[in-house]
Design a protein around this ligand. Structure first.
Ligand SMILES: O=C(O)C(=O)Cc1ccccc1
Length: 322
């Protein structure tokens, strides 16, 4: 199992927070061996090349938004599917070599999401330090240990892994930032995670650039009562002005409403990628903050409505009903 390394990343912490039964369910292996990879792209490539069976990568953060490398990597071919999501609170420390004081810090490194979440603290406390971006927060810690940079903004656990000490802790600008990580693997055995009744489905869709194209995509989702929990776009890269729309909605592809929405997008869109159906993660101490809101399924949108309509159509088709 590949994760964004080196040792001491938030990604490793997220992965290690999973119990053997969850890993067994998601991967068919309750005790996979965990290996650090140098970047999100490299970890996803390793799965596609068969060098790893699965990967754990960061996908979005409640403060800074999506992780572009992960989103771009998820829509590449051959396909990968998300089989689990993990939510982790991220708290940042500034780590240095023993003996370094604030006045010695001329350069500070972190992952772009780490830098974005501690920008104000850095501006206030290290205004003259050069800021360098690294492939992960723990990669920044490794650079401090190697003497290439003076300080790293990273997880406190990185100190033990890289022989560093804490110069400051709790340096994030916004409290309670939560990062969402996903476990991905190639489609196939052990099959899709079973529906739990509290699932999420991720997909990416691209359409021709005509007025109302995105509205048409969203309408297919809305009319089936699927609750959209995220929408974000990334450029298609090779076709200027066209985008991948990354959509997350509550429900499982095995549910009639989500399944029909996916089939409709398959008919309407230039390309649709099913990125997985998996149980929705929750933070232990927080109420289910993205449970479907509002009044729930509208007229004709309940599971029972879908089942009755499907049975009626089947009877019409086999000639027994009218
Ligand atoms: O670099 C890490 O440690 C990661 O796991 C990615 C990341 C970076 C900053 C905030 C959350 C996740």
């Amino acid at each position: 199992m590949a994760f964004l390394g080196p040792h001491g990343t938030f990604c490793e912490q997220a992965l290690r927070s999973l119990t053997p039964d969850v890993l067994g369910d998601a991967l068919g292996d309750p005790e996979p061996s965990l290996h650090p990879w140098s970047s999100t792209t490299a970890a996803l490539d390793a799965v596609r090349a068969g060098d790893a069976d699965a990967a754990c990568v960061p996908v979005e953060n409640s403060v800074e938004g999506g992780v572009p490398a992960t989103m771009d990597g998820l829509v590449e071919q051959p396909p990968l599917v998300i089989v689990r999501e993990i939510l982790l609170r991220v708290r940042f420390s500034v780590l240095v070599r023993p003996g370094t004081s604030v006045g010695d810090v001329r350069s500070v490194a972190s992952h772009p999401h780490g830098e974005a979440q501690t920008r104000r603290w850095i501006a206030e406390h290290l205004p003259d330090a050069e800021v360098r971006l690294t492939s992960s927060t723990a990669a920044a810690a490794a650079q401090v240990a190697a003497g290439e940079v003076d300080a790293a903004v990273c997880a406190p656990v990185a100190a033990a892994h890289h022989g560093l000490v804490e110069l400051a802790s709790g340096v994030h600008d916004t409290g309670d930032a939560v990062t969402r990580f996903v476990l991905v693997r190639p489609p196939g055995a052990p099959g899709l995670p079973a529906p739990t009744g509290a699932d999420r489905t991720s997909l990416a869709a691209t359409t021709v650039n005509v007025p109302g194209a995105l509205l048409a995509v969203l309408t297919e989702i809305a009319v089936r009562g699927v609750d959209l929990t995220r929408i974000e776009s990334r450029p298609l890269r090779d076709r200027r002005g066209e985008y991948w729309f990354f959509l997350d909605g509550t429900g499982h592809v095995a549910d009639a409403a989500m399944g029909e929405a996916l089939a409709a997008l398959r008919r309407r869109c230039t390309d649709v990628r099913f990125l997985g159906s998996y149980p929705r993660a929750r933070l232990d101490d927080v109420a289910d903050d993205d449970a479907p809101r509002g009044t729930g399924p509208g007229p004709g949108q309940t599971v029972k409505d879908y089942a009755e309509a499907a049975a009626w159509l089947e009877a019409l088709r086999d000639g027994s009903g009218a």
